[in-house]
Design a protein around this ligand. Structure first.
Ligand code: FAD
Length: 485
Protein backbone atom coordinates (compact mmCIF):
# COMPACT_ATOMS: atom_id res chain seq x y z
CA UNK A 1 0.00 0.00 0.00
CA UNK A 2 1.29 3.51 -0.78
CA UNK A 3 1.21 6.17 1.92
CA UNK A 4 -1.70 7.98 0.32
CA UNK A 5 -5.17 7.39 1.80
CA UNK A 6 -8.71 8.69 1.34
CA UNK A 7 -9.02 9.10 5.09
CA UNK A 8 -6.60 8.92 8.00
CA UNK A 9 -8.00 8.22 11.46
CA UNK A 10 -5.71 9.02 14.39
CA UNK A 11 -6.79 6.89 17.34
CA UNK A 12 -7.46 3.22 18.00
CA UNK A 13 -10.17 3.61 20.61
CA UNK A 14 -13.84 2.84 20.16
CA UNK A 15 -14.50 6.06 18.25
CA UNK A 16 -11.62 5.59 15.80
CA UNK A 17 -12.52 1.97 15.03
CA UNK A 18 -16.29 2.53 14.95
CA UNK A 19 -15.92 5.46 12.56
CA UNK A 20 -13.74 3.39 10.24
CA UNK A 21 -16.39 0.64 10.32
CA UNK A 22 -19.21 3.14 9.63
CA UNK A 23 -17.23 4.63 6.73
CA UNK A 24 -16.69 1.21 5.18
CA UNK A 25 -20.39 0.43 5.49
CA UNK A 26 -21.01 3.44 3.25
CA UNK A 27 -18.16 2.86 0.85
CA UNK A 28 -16.12 -0.37 1.08
CA UNK A 29 -13.63 0.98 -1.48
CA UNK A 30 -12.37 3.77 0.79
CA UNK A 31 -8.69 3.53 1.53
CA UNK A 32 -8.34 4.18 5.26
CA UNK A 33 -5.32 4.33 7.55
CA UNK A 34 -5.86 4.05 11.29
CA UNK A 35 -2.92 5.23 13.34
CA UNK A 36 -2.90 3.23 16.55
CA UNK A 37 -0.66 4.35 19.36
CA UNK A 38 -2.11 1.64 21.66
CA UNK A 39 -1.98 3.87 24.68
CA UNK A 40 -2.29 1.79 27.85
CA UNK A 41 -4.34 4.38 29.70
CA UNK A 42 -6.83 5.30 26.99
CA UNK A 43 -10.51 5.38 27.86
CA UNK A 44 -12.20 2.56 25.99
CA UNK A 45 -10.51 -0.42 27.59
CA UNK A 46 -10.81 1.16 31.03
CA UNK A 47 -14.51 1.79 30.74
CA UNK A 48 -17.30 -0.06 32.49
CA UNK A 49 -18.92 0.07 29.08
CA UNK A 50 -22.37 0.67 30.45
CA UNK A 51 -24.67 1.49 27.57
CA UNK A 52 -26.61 3.84 29.76
CA UNK A 53 -28.72 6.77 28.64
CA UNK A 54 -31.48 7.54 31.17
CA UNK A 55 -29.37 6.10 34.01
CA UNK A 56 -26.78 8.84 33.34
CA UNK A 57 -29.23 11.73 33.71
CA UNK A 58 -28.90 14.37 36.39
CA UNK A 59 -31.06 17.23 37.49
CA UNK A 60 -29.14 19.57 35.17
CA UNK A 61 -29.43 17.38 32.06
CA UNK A 62 -32.38 19.29 30.63
CA UNK A 63 -31.64 22.81 31.85
CA UNK A 64 -30.08 24.09 28.63
CA UNK A 65 -30.50 23.46 24.92
CA UNK A 66 -26.97 22.12 24.60
CA UNK A 67 -27.42 19.72 27.51
CA UNK A 68 -30.64 18.54 25.84
CA UNK A 69 -28.78 18.02 22.55
CA UNK A 70 -26.27 15.87 24.42
CA UNK A 71 -29.10 13.77 25.88
CA UNK A 72 -30.67 13.47 22.43
CA UNK A 73 -27.43 11.92 21.10
CA UNK A 74 -27.41 9.39 23.95
CA UNK A 75 -31.08 8.57 23.29
CA UNK A 76 -30.42 8.06 19.58
CA UNK A 77 -27.45 5.83 20.46
CA UNK A 78 -29.61 3.72 22.78
CA UNK A 79 -31.97 3.03 19.88
CA UNK A 80 -29.13 2.31 17.47
CA UNK A 81 -27.24 -0.32 19.50
CA UNK A 82 -29.20 -3.48 18.52
CA UNK A 83 -28.90 -2.84 14.75
CA UNK A 84 -25.29 -1.68 15.14
CA UNK A 85 -24.32 -4.93 16.87
CA UNK A 86 -26.20 -6.97 14.27
CA UNK A 87 -24.14 -5.23 11.58
CA UNK A 88 -20.85 -5.91 13.40
CA UNK A 89 -21.85 -9.51 14.07
CA UNK A 90 -22.53 -10.11 10.37
CA UNK A 91 -18.75 -9.99 9.89
CA UNK A 92 -17.69 -11.90 12.97
CA UNK A 93 -17.97 -15.63 13.74
CA UNK A 94 -17.79 -14.89 17.49
CA UNK A 95 -20.76 -12.66 18.30
CA UNK A 96 -20.48 -9.50 20.37
CA UNK A 97 -23.26 -9.61 22.97
CA UNK A 98 -24.76 -6.82 24.96
CA UNK A 99 -26.85 -8.14 27.85
CA UNK A 100 -29.48 -5.65 28.96
CA UNK A 101 -30.71 -4.46 32.32
CA UNK A 102 -29.62 -1.79 34.79
CA UNK A 103 -30.62 -1.39 38.45
CA UNK A 104 -30.29 2.10 39.88
CA UNK A 105 -30.02 2.38 43.66
CA UNK A 106 -30.91 5.32 45.85
CA UNK A 107 -29.09 5.08 49.16
CA UNK A 108 -28.08 7.82 51.57
CA UNK A 109 -24.36 7.08 51.61
CA UNK A 110 -23.64 10.12 49.47
CA UNK A 111 -25.26 13.59 49.44
CA UNK A 112 -28.74 14.85 48.56
CA UNK A 113 -27.60 15.11 44.93
CA UNK A 114 -28.32 11.38 44.59
CA UNK A 115 -31.98 12.00 45.43
CA UNK A 116 -32.32 14.86 42.93
CA UNK A 117 -30.65 12.82 40.19
CA UNK A 118 -32.70 9.69 40.98
CA UNK A 119 -35.94 11.68 40.60
CA UNK A 120 -34.64 13.41 37.47
CA UNK A 121 -34.17 9.93 35.97
CA UNK A 122 -37.74 8.89 36.84
CA UNK A 123 -39.12 12.13 35.41
CA UNK A 124 -37.28 11.65 32.12
CA UNK A 125 -38.28 7.97 31.90
CA UNK A 126 -41.91 9.04 32.21
CA UNK A 127 -41.55 11.93 29.75
CA UNK A 128 -40.01 9.68 27.11
CA UNK A 129 -42.28 6.71 27.83
CA UNK A 130 -39.22 4.58 28.43
CA UNK A 131 -39.92 1.25 30.16
CA UNK A 132 -38.82 0.93 33.79
CA UNK A 133 -39.96 -0.64 37.02
CA UNK A 134 -39.68 0.54 40.60
CA UNK A 135 -38.36 -2.54 42.38
CA UNK A 136 -37.78 -3.39 45.99
CA UNK A 137 -34.00 -3.19 46.59
CA UNK A 138 -34.25 -6.51 48.47
CA UNK A 139 -35.25 -8.23 45.23
CA UNK A 140 -32.13 -7.23 43.31
CA UNK A 141 -30.08 -10.39 42.75
CA UNK A 142 -26.59 -10.12 44.17
CA UNK A 143 -26.78 -7.17 46.50
CA UNK A 144 -25.91 -7.44 50.16
CA UNK A 145 -24.93 -3.99 51.43
CA UNK A 146 -24.23 -2.95 54.99
CA UNK A 147 -27.47 -2.05 56.77
CA UNK A 148 -26.22 1.51 57.10
CA UNK A 149 -25.81 1.74 53.31
CA UNK A 150 -28.96 -0.11 52.27
CA UNK A 151 -30.80 1.39 49.30
CA UNK A 152 -34.28 2.62 50.13
CA UNK A 153 -35.50 2.79 46.54
CA UNK A 154 -34.43 1.27 43.26
CA UNK A 155 -35.35 1.20 39.59
CA UNK A 156 -34.88 -1.41 36.90
CA UNK A 157 -34.31 -0.21 33.32
CA UNK A 158 -34.70 -3.19 30.96
CA UNK A 159 -33.27 -1.43 27.88
CA UNK A 160 -29.96 -0.24 29.30
CA UNK A 161 -27.17 -2.79 29.18
CA UNK A 162 -23.44 -3.26 28.94
CA UNK A 163 -20.78 -4.73 26.72
CA UNK A 164 -17.26 -6.11 27.04
CA UNK A 165 -15.17 -3.22 25.62
CA UNK A 166 -12.05 -5.25 24.87
CA UNK A 167 -14.04 -7.87 22.96
CA UNK A 168 -15.93 -5.19 21.03
CA UNK A 169 -12.70 -3.36 20.16
CA UNK A 170 -10.91 -6.58 19.18
CA UNK A 171 -13.84 -7.61 16.97
CA UNK A 172 -13.90 -4.26 15.18
CA UNK A 173 -10.14 -4.44 14.75
CA UNK A 174 -10.39 -7.91 13.20
CA UNK A 175 -13.12 -6.79 10.81
CA UNK A 176 -11.12 -3.72 9.76
CA UNK A 177 -7.93 -5.75 9.33
CA UNK A 178 -9.73 -8.15 7.05
CA UNK A 179 -10.48 -5.35 4.59
CA UNK A 180 -7.65 -4.98 2.09
CA UNK A 181 -8.33 -1.23 1.92
CA UNK A 182 -7.69 -0.60 5.63
CA UNK A 183 -4.26 -0.37 7.15
CA UNK A 184 -3.67 -0.18 10.89
CA UNK A 185 -0.40 1.64 11.42
CA UNK A 186 1.07 0.92 14.87
CA UNK A 187 2.64 4.32 15.46
CA UNK A 188 1.64 7.67 16.87
CA UNK A 189 0.61 10.88 15.09
CA UNK A 190 3.20 13.50 15.96
CA UNK A 191 1.72 16.36 13.96
CA UNK A 192 -0.94 17.24 11.45
CA UNK A 193 0.39 18.46 8.11
CA UNK A 194 -1.51 21.26 6.40
CA UNK A 195 -0.89 24.15 4.04
CA UNK A 196 -3.05 26.91 2.55
CA UNK A 197 -5.77 26.05 5.07
CA UNK A 198 -6.09 22.48 3.79
CA UNK A 199 -5.05 19.30 5.59
CA UNK A 200 -2.43 17.23 3.73
CA UNK A 201 -1.80 14.31 6.07
CA UNK A 202 0.14 13.46 9.22
CA UNK A 203 3.70 12.95 10.38
CA UNK A 204 4.19 9.95 12.66
CA UNK A 205 6.51 9.58 15.66
CA UNK A 206 8.66 7.25 13.52
CA UNK A 207 9.17 10.12 11.06
CA UNK A 208 7.01 8.46 8.41
CA UNK A 209 4.43 10.58 6.59
CA UNK A 210 0.95 9.56 5.54
CA UNK A 211 -0.96 11.76 3.14
CA UNK A 212 -4.67 12.40 2.84
CA UNK A 213 -7.06 15.31 2.38
CA UNK A 214 -9.14 14.03 5.30
CA UNK A 215 -7.82 13.44 8.82
CA UNK A 216 -9.95 12.57 11.85
CA UNK A 217 -8.58 13.04 15.35
CA UNK A 218 -10.17 10.41 17.57
CA UNK A 219 -7.34 10.59 20.05
CA UNK A 220 -9.38 10.81 23.27
CA UNK A 221 -7.76 12.51 26.24
CA UNK A 222 -4.53 12.88 24.23
CA UNK A 223 -6.04 15.33 21.73
CA UNK A 224 -4.85 18.64 23.15
CA UNK A 225 -1.20 17.77 22.52
CA UNK A 226 -1.93 17.65 18.78
CA UNK A 227 -4.19 20.72 18.75
CA UNK A 228 -1.49 22.74 20.53
CA UNK A 229 0.69 22.28 17.45
CA UNK A 230 -1.83 24.08 15.23
CA UNK A 231 -1.61 27.79 16.17
CA UNK A 232 -4.41 28.80 13.76
CA UNK A 233 -7.05 26.90 15.74
CA UNK A 234 -5.67 26.12 19.17
CA UNK A 235 -7.24 29.15 20.84
CA UNK A 236 -10.57 28.67 19.08
CA UNK A 237 -11.34 25.23 20.52
CA UNK A 238 -12.36 24.54 24.14
CA UNK A 239 -9.39 22.81 25.72
CA UNK A 240 -9.30 19.01 25.97
CA UNK A 241 -8.54 17.67 29.42
CA UNK A 242 -8.45 14.25 31.04
CA UNK A 243 -11.04 12.76 33.40
CA UNK A 244 -8.80 10.20 35.03
CA UNK A 245 -10.67 7.19 36.35
CA UNK A 246 -9.73 4.18 38.45
CA UNK A 247 -11.62 0.91 38.36
CA UNK A 248 -10.97 -2.77 39.06
CA UNK A 249 -12.18 -6.18 38.10
CA UNK A 250 -12.85 -8.63 40.90
CA UNK A 251 -13.65 -12.30 41.14
CA UNK A 252 -15.98 -12.92 44.08
CA UNK A 253 -16.09 -16.51 45.42
CA UNK A 254 -19.61 -16.55 44.02
CA UNK A 255 -22.10 -13.96 42.92
CA UNK A 256 -25.49 -13.73 41.24
CA UNK A 257 -25.16 -10.31 39.61
CA UNK A 258 -26.43 -10.42 36.03
CA UNK A 259 -27.25 -6.80 35.40
CA UNK A 260 -25.59 -3.47 36.07
CA UNK A 261 -26.08 -2.30 39.65
CA UNK A 262 -25.30 1.38 40.00
CA UNK A 263 -26.08 4.61 41.79
CA UNK A 264 -26.99 7.80 39.94
CA UNK A 265 -24.09 10.03 38.87
CA UNK A 266 -22.64 11.61 41.99
CA UNK A 267 -19.80 13.86 43.16
CA UNK A 268 -18.46 14.83 39.73
CA UNK A 269 -18.28 11.15 38.74
CA UNK A 270 -20.38 8.46 37.12
CA UNK A 271 -21.62 6.91 40.35
CA UNK A 272 -20.62 3.65 41.95
CA UNK A 273 -21.30 0.73 39.59
CA UNK A 274 -20.76 -2.99 39.31
CA UNK A 275 -20.94 -4.53 35.85
CA UNK A 276 -20.81 -8.28 35.08
CA UNK A 277 -17.86 -9.16 32.85
CA UNK A 278 -17.09 -12.72 31.72
CA UNK A 279 -18.04 -14.22 35.09
CA UNK A 280 -16.13 -11.55 37.00
CA UNK A 281 -17.26 -8.08 38.02
CA UNK A 282 -16.05 -4.66 36.92
CA UNK A 283 -16.20 -2.14 39.77
CA UNK A 284 -16.02 1.52 38.81
CA UNK A 285 -15.21 4.25 38.77
CA UNK A 286 -13.53 7.34 40.15
CA UNK A 287 -13.20 10.56 38.17
CA UNK A 288 -10.87 13.48 38.67
CA UNK A 289 -10.17 15.96 35.91
CA UNK A 290 -6.54 16.90 35.21
CA UNK A 291 -4.72 18.91 32.55
CA UNK A 292 -2.93 15.78 31.32
CA UNK A 293 -3.72 12.04 31.29
CA UNK A 294 -2.74 9.97 34.33
CA UNK A 295 -1.02 6.61 34.30
CA UNK A 296 -0.72 5.68 37.98
CA UNK A 297 -3.31 4.54 40.51
CA UNK A 298 -3.75 6.41 43.75
CA UNK A 299 -3.85 4.28 46.91
CA UNK A 300 -6.50 6.50 48.51
CA UNK A 301 -8.93 6.45 45.61
CA UNK A 302 -8.48 2.72 45.09
CA UNK A 303 -9.17 2.04 48.75
CA UNK A 304 -12.22 4.33 48.50
CA UNK A 305 -13.63 2.48 45.51
CA UNK A 306 -13.20 -0.94 47.13
CA UNK A 307 -14.73 0.28 50.38
CA UNK A 308 -17.75 1.73 48.53
CA UNK A 309 -18.32 -1.52 46.64
CA UNK A 310 -18.12 -3.65 49.81
CA UNK A 311 -20.30 -1.34 51.86
CA UNK A 312 -22.89 -0.28 49.29
CA UNK A 313 -23.18 -3.25 46.93
CA UNK A 314 -22.08 -6.48 48.57
CA UNK A 315 -20.18 -7.21 51.79
CA UNK A 316 -18.96 -10.52 50.32
CA UNK A 317 -16.67 -8.57 47.95
CA UNK A 318 -14.34 -8.40 50.97
CA UNK A 319 -13.04 -11.86 50.10
CA UNK A 320 -13.08 -11.36 46.30
CA UNK A 321 -9.87 -11.77 44.34
CA UNK A 322 -8.68 -8.57 42.64
CA UNK A 323 -8.00 -9.54 39.05
CA UNK A 324 -7.05 -6.19 37.58
CA UNK A 325 -6.47 -2.58 38.55
CA UNK A 326 -7.46 -0.15 35.81
CA UNK A 327 -6.42 3.45 35.05
CA UNK A 328 -8.09 5.23 32.14
CA UNK A 329 -8.52 8.78 30.91
CA UNK A 330 -11.87 10.11 29.80
CA UNK A 331 -11.70 12.74 27.08
CA UNK A 332 -13.34 15.85 28.55
CA UNK A 333 -13.35 19.47 27.48
CA UNK A 334 -13.25 22.55 29.66
CA UNK A 335 -17.00 23.13 29.15
CA UNK A 336 -17.61 19.34 29.38
CA UNK A 337 -19.29 19.21 25.94
CA UNK A 338 -17.87 17.20 23.02
CA UNK A 339 -15.94 18.40 19.97
CA UNK A 340 -17.54 17.02 16.84
CA UNK A 341 -16.91 18.03 13.26
CA UNK A 342 -14.61 19.83 10.88
CA UNK A 343 -12.37 22.73 11.90
CA UNK A 344 -11.41 25.69 9.70
CA UNK A 345 -8.49 23.74 8.29
CA UNK A 346 -10.32 21.99 5.49
CA UNK A 347 -10.44 18.23 5.89
CA UNK A 348 -9.44 18.14 9.57
CA UNK A 349 -12.16 16.62 11.79
CA UNK A 350 -12.35 16.24 15.56
CA UNK A 351 -14.19 13.45 17.34
CA UNK A 352 -13.28 14.09 20.95
CA UNK A 353 -14.45 15.24 24.36
CA UNK A 354 -17.06 12.50 24.82
CA UNK A 355 -16.32 12.30 28.55
CA UNK A 356 -18.38 9.66 30.40
CA UNK A 357 -20.40 8.00 27.68
CA UNK A 358 -18.34 7.93 24.50
CA UNK A 359 -18.64 4.19 24.27
CA UNK A 360 -22.41 4.30 24.54
CA UNK A 361 -22.47 7.10 21.95
CA UNK A 362 -20.24 5.25 19.48
CA UNK A 363 -22.94 3.90 17.08
CA UNK A 364 -24.46 7.37 16.82
CA UNK A 365 -21.23 9.37 16.61
CA UNK A 366 -19.49 7.10 14.12
CA UNK A 367 -22.46 7.23 11.76
CA UNK A 368 -22.69 10.99 12.25
CA UNK A 369 -19.00 11.48 11.46
CA UNK A 370 -19.09 9.15 8.47
CA UNK A 371 -21.98 11.15 6.97
CA UNK A 372 -20.20 14.41 7.68
CA UNK A 373 -16.91 13.30 6.15
CA UNK A 374 -18.46 11.77 3.06
CA UNK A 375 -21.08 14.50 2.74
CA UNK A 376 -23.64 11.75 2.14
CA UNK A 377 -26.36 13.14 4.36
CA UNK A 378 -27.16 16.60 5.57
CA UNK A 379 -26.63 16.54 9.31
CA UNK A 380 -28.74 18.56 11.75
CA UNK A 381 -27.39 21.66 13.41
CA UNK A 382 -24.49 20.63 15.57
CA UNK A 383 -23.95 22.71 18.73
CA UNK A 384 -20.66 20.91 19.35
CA UNK A 385 -18.58 22.06 16.37
CA UNK A 386 -14.98 22.18 17.63
CA UNK A 387 -14.25 25.85 16.89
CA UNK A 388 -16.83 27.32 19.13
CA UNK A 389 -17.29 29.41 22.19
CA UNK A 390 -17.13 27.96 25.68
CA UNK A 391 -20.69 26.73 26.16
CA UNK A 392 -21.96 28.62 29.18
CA UNK A 393 -24.68 26.81 31.09
CA UNK A 394 -24.74 28.56 34.43
CA UNK A 395 -23.97 31.80 36.23
CA UNK A 396 -21.49 31.89 39.10
CA UNK A 397 -23.99 31.61 42.01
CA UNK A 398 -25.60 28.56 40.35
CA UNK A 399 -22.17 27.04 39.69
CA UNK A 400 -21.29 27.49 43.36
CA UNK A 401 -24.54 25.85 44.48
CA UNK A 402 -23.97 22.94 42.12
CA UNK A 403 -20.36 22.57 43.21
CA UNK A 404 -21.40 22.43 46.86
CA UNK A 405 -23.87 19.62 46.15
CA UNK A 406 -21.11 17.63 44.44
CA UNK A 407 -18.57 18.44 47.16
CA UNK A 408 -20.93 17.27 49.90
CA UNK A 409 -21.83 14.15 47.92
CA UNK A 410 -18.15 13.21 47.61
CA UNK A 411 -17.29 14.17 51.18
CA UNK A 412 -20.12 12.16 52.73
CA UNK A 413 -19.27 9.15 50.61
CA UNK A 414 -15.68 9.52 51.84
CA UNK A 415 -17.01 9.37 55.42
CA UNK A 416 -17.12 13.06 56.37
CA UNK A 417 -18.61 13.77 59.81
CA UNK A 418 -19.06 17.46 60.47
CA UNK A 419 -18.39 18.56 64.04
CA UNK A 420 -21.66 19.64 65.70
CA UNK A 421 -20.57 23.28 65.93
CA UNK A 422 -20.05 23.45 62.15
CA UNK A 423 -23.40 23.03 60.42
CA UNK A 424 -23.60 22.27 56.70
CA UNK A 425 -24.62 25.92 56.25
CA UNK A 426 -21.47 27.25 57.93
CA UNK A 427 -19.30 24.78 56.06
CA UNK A 428 -20.87 25.97 52.80
CA UNK A 429 -20.01 29.58 53.55
CA UNK A 430 -16.30 28.72 53.53
CA UNK A 431 -16.69 26.81 50.28
CA UNK A 432 -18.73 29.57 48.65
CA UNK A 433 -15.98 32.09 49.29
CA UNK A 434 -13.33 29.79 47.90
CA UNK A 435 -15.20 29.09 44.68
CA UNK A 436 -16.18 32.72 44.17
CA UNK A 437 -12.49 33.64 44.59
CA UNK A 438 -11.56 31.02 41.99
CA UNK A 439 -13.93 32.58 39.43
CA UNK A 440 -12.55 36.04 40.30
CA UNK A 441 -8.97 34.82 39.84
CA UNK A 442 -9.89 33.35 36.46
CA UNK A 443 -11.55 36.68 35.57
CA UNK A 444 -14.70 35.05 34.24
CA UNK A 445 -18.31 36.10 34.80
CA UNK A 446 -19.90 32.70 34.16
CA UNK A 447 -19.83 29.48 36.16
CA UNK A 448 -17.61 26.44 35.62
CA UNK A 449 -18.88 22.90 36.07
CA UNK A 450 -18.13 21.14 39.39
CA UNK A 451 -15.69 18.70 37.75
CA UNK A 452 -13.58 21.54 36.37
CA UNK A 453 -13.67 23.46 39.66
CA UNK A 454 -12.50 20.30 41.42
CA UNK A 455 -9.60 20.10 38.98
CA UNK A 456 -8.23 23.38 40.25
CA UNK A 457 -8.43 22.02 43.80
CA UNK A 458 -6.86 18.63 43.12
CA UNK A 459 -4.20 19.30 40.47
CA UNK A 460 -0.77 18.77 42.04
CA UNK A 461 0.18 22.28 40.94
CA UNK A 462 -2.93 24.31 41.71
CA UNK A 463 -1.39 27.59 40.55
CA UNK A 464 -0.30 26.13 37.23
CA UNK A 465 -3.80 24.74 36.65
CA UNK A 466 -5.35 28.12 37.36
CA UNK A 467 -2.85 29.97 35.15
CA UNK A 468 -3.51 27.54 32.28
CA UNK A 469 -7.29 27.87 32.60
CA UNK A 470 -7.13 31.65 32.90
CA UNK A 471 -4.98 32.04 29.80
CA UNK A 472 -7.11 29.64 27.81
CA UNK A 473 -10.43 31.19 28.84
CA UNK A 474 -9.12 34.68 28.09
CA UNK A 475 -8.22 33.58 24.55
CA UNK A 476 -11.38 31.59 23.82
CA UNK A 477 -14.38 33.36 22.36
CA UNK A 478 -16.93 33.48 25.14
CA UNK A 479 -20.54 33.27 24.20
CA UNK A 480 -23.07 34.64 26.63
CA UNK A 481 -25.98 32.59 27.88
CA UNK A 482 -27.69 31.94 24.57
CA UNK A 483 -28.65 28.41 25.30
CA UNK A 484 -30.85 28.40 28.38
CA UNK A 485 -33.78 26.11 27.57
C1 FAD B 1 -12.87 4.59 34.07
C2 FAD B 1 -13.76 4.90 32.91
C3 FAD B 1 -15.08 4.43 32.88
C4 FAD B 1 -15.90 4.72 31.79
N1 FAD B 1 -17.14 4.16 31.74
C5 FAD B 1 -17.92 4.35 30.63
C6 FAD B 1 -19.16 3.69 30.51
O1 FAD B 1 -19.56 2.93 31.38
N2 FAD B 1 -19.89 3.91 29.36
C7 FAD B 1 -19.46 4.73 28.36
O2 FAD B 1 -20.15 4.90 27.36
N3 FAD B 1 -18.28 5.37 28.47
C8 FAD B 1 -17.50 5.20 29.57
N4 FAD B 1 -16.31 5.84 29.69
C9 FAD B 1 -15.96 6.85 28.68
C10 FAD B 1 -15.53 6.18 27.40
O3 FAD B 1 -14.61 5.19 27.69
C11 FAD B 1 -14.94 7.23 26.45
O4 FAD B 1 -15.85 8.30 26.27
C12 FAD B 1 -14.66 6.60 25.08
O5 FAD B 1 -14.01 5.36 25.24
C13 FAD B 1 -13.81 7.53 24.24
O6 FAD B 1 -13.36 6.81 23.12
P1 FAD B 1 -12.18 7.36 22.22
O7 FAD B 1 -12.00 6.40 21.14
O8 FAD B 1 -12.46 8.78 21.89
O9 FAD B 1 -10.94 7.47 23.21
P2 FAD B 1 -9.88 6.38 23.71
O10 FAD B 1 -10.49 5.09 24.04
O11 FAD B 1 -9.09 7.06 24.78
O12 FAD B 1 -9.00 6.17 22.44
C14 FAD B 1 -8.13 7.13 21.95
C15 FAD B 1 -7.06 6.37 21.24
O13 FAD B 1 -6.21 7.31 20.59
C16 FAD B 1 -4.91 6.79 20.61
N5 FAD B 1 -4.01 7.93 20.50
C17 FAD B 1 -3.78 8.93 21.36
N6 FAD B 1 -2.90 9.81 20.86
C18 FAD B 1 -2.58 9.35 19.61
C19 FAD B 1 -1.72 9.82 18.59
N7 FAD B 1 -1.04 10.95 18.73
N8 FAD B 1 -1.63 9.09 17.46
C20 FAD B 1 -2.35 7.95 17.28
N9 FAD B 1 -3.17 7.46 18.23
C21 FAD B 1 -3.29 8.16 19.39
C22 FAD B 1 -4.76 6.06 21.94
O14 FAD B 1 -3.86 4.98 21.80
C23 FAD B 1 -6.18 5.56 22.18
O15 FAD B 1 -6.33 4.20 21.91
C24 FAD B 1 -15.43 5.54 30.73
C25 FAD B 1 -14.12 6.00 30.76
C26 FAD B 1 -13.29 5.68 31.83
C27 FAD B 1 -11.87 6.16 31.82
Amino acid sequence: MSNKYDIIIAGDGILGYSTAFALLQKDPMLKIAIVASQHKNAATLASGAMLNCFSELTETSFLTNTAQSKFQMAFEALKKWPAWLDKINEYSPKKVLSPRGTYILLNSKSGSLDTSNFYAIIKALKTYNEPYQEVSPKEIPGINPLDSCRPLQSLYLPNEGYINPSFLLATLQQILCSSCNVKIVYDSVEKINYSDGIVRGVTLASGKQLSSGKVILATGAFTQKLINKIPEIKDQIPMSLSGAGFALTIKPKQHSIQHIIRTPNRAGACGLHVVPREGDLYVGATNNVYLNPKTKLSAGLTQFLIKCAIEQINQDFYSAEIKDFIVGNRPVTIDTFPLLGEVSIEGLFLLAGTYRDGLHLSPYLSEYMANLILGTKKENDNPFTPERSFIQTKNIPDAIDEFILHYFAGSYEHGMVLPAFLSEKNFCTLLRQKIQTLHDELEIDFGLSPDIILMTLFEENEQKAKRTLKKHLAGLRLQKFKNVA
